[in-house]
Design a protein around this ligand. Structure first.
Ligand code: PGA
Length: 259
């Protein structure tokens, strides 16, 4: 059984003060999160204070990027070792905003994924097609290419490591636009992803990899995605920024689990 995983991608939002305020509000009432892995991915600057605040909670921490080397002359970068030291467990890699605004290249993403495994961090690898690629009927080709490129240095992973890998299917046109994919489109994409993972790795390893949907997820639409057989959670941007809206999302998941 793959465990449901919900990750909050705060992007470049929240100072340390804001992050602490959010967490205190969020933890005021218990939110019924049993059976759900809940990952907060704040900016680097808030990782350490958040690690202190969530020590006694079931929540886990994720970073939004990292360099693949352990250390070195790479001004402005953060290494996997530095993340590990703070208790970070997950790292978002290859987000479309990094590919687009920071020209992150497929080879770098592949090195980062492999390095995450080496340093005991769980990669949340983001892939997804643009609006134009979907219109031209290239979605499947793009998803397979991005998977092949990003996993090029990790094809040898064993089943244990595969179970730590999360693939976030995030159609670029759905991110931050309020226009989420339909459950049908997301489900088809997730099925393509799992079957291509089975080709790249094998069926057994593909079966334990978790797939999230991301792109304008909110409490009204989350069940359209996580009720699908190949989707095991969501990567949430905008709706994770306020304690109220994020809690609503979790309550919606809880209703699904009870039904
Ligand atoms: P969104 O962002 O939920 O605001 O669309 C998702 C993401 O970029 O991970």
């Amino acid at each position: 059984m793959r465990q449901l995983i919900l990750a909050a991608n705060w992007k470049m939002h929240k100072t340390v003060d804001d992050a602490e305020f959010f967490l205190k509000r969020f933890m005021e009432e218990p939110s019924g999160i049993t059976g759900l892995e809940l990952v907060f991915c704040p900016p680097f600057t808030a990782l350490y204070p958040m690690a202190q605040l969530i020590k006694e909670t079931p929540f886990v921490l994720g970073a939004q990027n990292m360099h693949w080397e352990k250390e070195g002359a790479y001004t402005g970068e953060i290494s996997p070792l530095m993340l590990r030291e703070l208790g970070v467990r997950y790292v978002i890699l290859g987000h479309s905003e990094r590919r687009r605004f920071f020209r992150e290249q497929p080879q770098e993403i592949s090195l980062k994924v492999a390095s995450a495994f080496n340093f005991g961090l769980n990669p949340i690898l983001c892939i997804g097609e643009t609006e134009e690629e979907r219109r031209q009927g290239h979605t499947e080709k793009v998803l397979c290419r991005q998977l092949r490129e990003a996993l090029a240095d990790s094809l040898h992973i064993d089943k244990e490591h595969a179970s730590k890998l999360v693939i976030a299917y995030e159609p670029v046109w759905a991110i931050g636009t309020g226009l989420a994919a339909s459950g049908k489109d997301a489900g088809e994409a997730a099925a393509i992803i799992r079957s291509y993972l089975a080709e790249l790795l094998d069926k057994e390893r593909a079966a334990v990899i978790r797939i999230q949907y991301g792109g304008s997820v909110n409490s009204d639409n989350i069940l359209d995605f996580v009720s699908l057989p190949d989707i095991d959670g969501a990567l949430v941007g905008g709706a994770s920024l306020k304690p109220g809206s994020f809690k609503e999302l979790i309550l919606a998941l809880d209703r699904l689990r009870r039904s």
